[in-house]
Structure formats: structure tokens, C-alpha cells
Design a protein around this ligand. Structure first.
Ligand SMILES: *Cc1c(COP(=O)(O)O)cnc(C)c1O
Length: 451
């Protein structure tokens, strides 16, 4: 939003009433158009929101590795704090100056501006992890007595936060299953609302690790219908698996979009970070909570993610292409019992229409069941050579893991089965390697399985 780098423009007259004005980048650096043509997000990832003139002409946004920022005058410091702590309304042509890196830092601000472009969001807040984004967002909007409804399966850390930690703070939480079809999902929302105080709905779609879907548009429509002026039911969508390139929940009516930036956006398995996007008003509240929980990311993380965003579409497109090759191949393999891949949905499947309407691609995640239960899955995982045995996903290298005993192991086995997580399931995150090389690796790993 605001965006002020170190300024060498000492010769400008001081502007006492709008002290931060002189630090602003020119509008040229925030334009999304050439003439009438609206530029694609990937075209803007190298430049948007950054004014080289404010950083000695550096073509790249430098790493502002600093905890605090010098005020040019005491009046500036006072004005910045008034805005930071909401002591007065921001004037139309005023932006908050840089204060202290827990409140704001140019690497985070430029990154946040760039992130908004993919989802066409008004604002974004970046965190030091995906869990930081989820927990800070939950604590911003939920209070004792409020109800939270979420789809299952959901990321293991989110599941633990929702089912164990939030209830200790007096927040009622309940879940419904994904892949049951839009009508049943709608019923789950109505039933939760009928129990009272439904404040937030959190969806994860495609769900981890089954790739099951939830109809975002349908859930948002019901949530809006059931909202009252006193109680707005917020819908947040964890868009880590397909977003921000292949799915846009805000367009479908969601209030908030959440990311583990650790995954596709970071994309190189070398950084932990998260984000939440939405309206300027909601993100302002979330950033207020972030300031006091201290869950913001640091400047080095911001810089790494800006670098990653430049190749995001290239990487995700290559990963989705590879996943398609692998999913199709697995479908025909005699030792593979089932493939969980949205690109294989057929007419008549409860998720089919949802996939057509809300996903621009089937993405780069493929799960599959092998013969031989847990022992069979372990044998395959232990034999893989090019594909690494590790949790996490979305990076340039392909990774495989066993959800039942690893990422989702704190969910009791019986509940895992209800969610569709089997003991023979392997979750594969497809990287940017040659898909044929990945097939060679999978082929030799599956060969060892008994009939
Ligand atoms: C990894 C992940 C998270 C948590 O993100 P961290 O960056 O590890 O905190 C949340 N949701 C989904 C879908 C994830 O894959």
C-alpha cells in the first residue's frame, strides 16, 4: 500500500502537513496498464510498486535489512504513529511513513503490492509462515463464543489449531467433508449457522492430501445470505494448492484468501512464509493484529519472495504439465489402485462441475494409493531416487511423502479414513524436472511391489 524507500531527495522542501508525501514512488511504478491494455500479473512482477529512483537507481528492490527507520523530523514521527496506531484517519493523499520493521518495511510492502495483482485483491499482509497467516487471521476475527466452520481434510497444522487450540480460547469449531457435492456443503453451512454465532468459514480446496474440492462460490453465496448486519460470516479460502495462478477465490465471492507462501509462491523449498489477501478494511484489521502478535515476515524473506514471484507462472505451468503426464501414467499402472487428481474428474462426480467452474488447471499435486497398504507405500518411498522423500510441496524439486504417518499423523486413523486419507496413499508434489525422468523413477520404485 504505502511504499517508501530511502530517499536521496534531500533538496525537496519539507511538507509539514503530509510528511510522508515526499517518500512516495511516482504513480508510473504502480500503473497496471499500457494505454487501454491491462497488463498480466506476470508482466508486472519485476517492477510493480517499486521506484528505482528511491533506491539509487537499483533495478531490483534492495534488501532493507534494518529494524528501524530514521524520521526526518519529530513531526514526521508523530504523524506516522498517529496512522500506525489508528489515532486519526488517514488523509486521502497521505501514506504512513516507515517506522519499525515489525510495523512496516519496504521489502514487505512491495511484496504485498505485487501479491495483490494475481488475486486482484485490494490489499495483502505477509507473515512469517502460512500458519502465522492462518492463526493471525483467526485471532483477528474470532472471539469467545464465536463459531468457526472448516472443510476437511485440511492442512495438518490448521487442523490442530482449529480442533485443539482455538477451542481452548472458547471458540466453537466444527468441520464438514470436502468432495460431497455443493448441495451437501450448503447444508453443512446452514446447519452450522443454525447452531448460532457462525463467524467464519475456512475452506481448503483442493484439499490436502486428497485433492478433494469444495464449491467456493456456493459456500460464499450461502454465507452472504445468512449474514446479518451485526454478524457478517467471513469466508476464507486456503488457496495454497492452486493459487495464485490457477484459482481466484475472491472472484468467486470469498472475503479472504490465505497462502502458505512456503509452497508454490516461494517455490524453491528455501523459505517459510504466508499471506492473507482481501479488502483494504479487513487487511488493515489483520495487520493491526499482526503488529501485536509479531507474526510479520522479515526483509530477507520479503526479498526472496519477490525474486520467486518473477518465475511463479513459469514454474506452476511447468509443474502442472508434468503432473498431468504423471497422473495419466499412474492411472494405467497395475500396482496403483487409485489416483487423486482433479484433472481426472468425470461428469457425474460430485466435484466435476466445481472443478470446471473454479479451477483454471488441475495443478501440480498428485496423490495415489498403491498395493500393499502402508508397507507398500513405504517401499515405494524408500526406493525413489530422483524424487525426494520429504514433506512440503510446490518447490522446483519433486517431493513425495506418506500423509497418514507424516503430515496428517495427528489425526486418528479412523478419522483419516472418513476424510479419504488411506494408509496406502502417497502424496507427490511434482517439480520442474523432465516428466519422463520422474516416470522412470516412479517405474523403478513401483516395480518392487508384490502383486
Ligand atoms: C504448508 C501449508 C500450510 C502451512 O504453511 P507454513 O508456511 O508451513 O506455515 C497451510 N496450508 C496449506 C494448504 C499448506 O500446504
Amino acid at each position: 500500500m504505502t511504499e517508501k524507500h530511502h530517499s536521496s531527495e534531500n533538496d525537496r522542501p519539507a511538507e509539514k502537513h503530509h510528511p510522508s508525501q515526499k517518500q512516495r514512488p511516482s504513480q508510473k511504478h504502480r500503473s497496471r496498464h499500457i494505454g487501454d491494455r491491462r497488463l498480466a500479473p506476470e508482466s508486472l512482477m519485476m517492477s510493480y510498486g517499486y521506484d528505482p529512483a528511491l533506491s539509487e537507481g537499483s533495478v531490483k528492490c534492495p534488501i532493507f535489512q534494518t529494524s528501524t527507520f530514521v524520521f526526518e523530523s519529530a513531526e514526521d514521527g508523530k504523524a506516522f504513529f498517529e496512522l500506525a496506531y489508528g489515532l486519526r484517519e488517514q488523509e486521502a493523499d497521505e501514506s504512513m511513513g516507515l517506522i519499525y520493521s515489525r510495523l512496516n518495511n519496504p521489502d514487505l510492502e512491495v511484496l504485498e503490492d505485487r501479491l495483490t495483482l494475481w488475486d486482484d485483491a485490494e490489499a495483502a499482509a505477509v507473515f512469517d509462515s502460512g500458519m502465522g497467516a492462518i492463526s493471525t487471521t483467526a485471532l483477528t476475527f474470532l472471539r469467545p463464543g464465536d463459531r468457526l466452520l472448516y472443510s476437511e481434510p485440511i492442512y495438518g497444522g490448521t487442523q490442530y489449531l482449529f480442533s485443539h487450540i482455538l477451542p481452548e480460547f472458547g471458540i466453537e469449531t466444527e468441520s464438514f467433508r470436502a468432495a460431497v457435492g455443493p448441495e451437501v456443503e450448503e447444508e453443512a453451512v446452514r446447519a452450522a449457522a443454525a447452531r448460532g454465532n457462525l463467524r467464519m468459514i475456512m475452506l481448503e480446496t483442493p484439499a490436502n492430501p486428497t485433492n478433494f474440492l469444495v464449491d467456493i462460490e456456493r459456500v460464499c453465496r450461502v454465507a452472504r445470505e445468512l449474514s446479518t448486519p451485526e454478524n457478517r460470516i467471513l469466508v476464507a479460502v486456503d488457496n495454497t494448492f492452486l493459487g495464485p495462478v490457477f484459482q481466484h477465490p475472491l472472484e468467486l465471492g470469498a472475503d479472504l484468501v490465505i497462502y502458505s507462501l512456503t509452497k508454490y509462491v516461494g517455490g524453491h523449498s528455501d523459505v517459510i512464509a504466508g499471506a492473507c489477501l482481501g479488502s483494504a478494511e479487513d487487511i488493515k484489521r489483520i495487520k493491526g493484529m499482526r503488529t501485536f502478535l509479531g507474526s510479520m515476515a522479515g526483509p530477507w524473506t520479503g526479498w526472496l519472495l519477490m525474486r520467486s514471484l518473477e518465475t511463479l507462472k513459469l514454474r506452476m505451468t511447468a509443474q502442472a504439465r508434468g503432473a498431468r503426464v504423471i497422473a495419466d501414467w499412474l492411472l494405467d499402472h497395475p500396482r496403483v489402485k487409485r489416483v487423486y487428481y482433479p484433472g481426472h474428474l468425470k461428469r457425474g462426480d460430485p466435484d466435476y462441475d466445481t472443478f470446471r467452474r473454479q479451477c483454471l488447471s488441475a495443478g501440480g499435486m498428485v496423490s495415489f494409493d498403491v498395493d500393499g497398504g502402508e508397507a507398500g507405500a513405504f517401499q515405494v518411498l524408500n526406493r525413489l531416487q530422483l524424487i525426494k522423500l520429504a514433506v512440503s510441496l510446490g518447490g522446483t524439486e519433486s517431493l513425495a511423502q506418506h500423509p497418514a504417518s507424516m503430515t496428517h499423523s495427528d489425526i486418528p486413523a479412523a478419522e483419516q479414513r472418513v476424510m479419504g486419507i488411506t494408509d496406502s496413499m502417497i502424496r507427490l508434489s511434482v517439480g520442474v524436472e523432465d516428466p519422463e525422468d520422474l516416470l522412470a523413477d516412479l517405474e523403478q520404485a513401483l516395480e518392487g511391489l508384490p502383486d
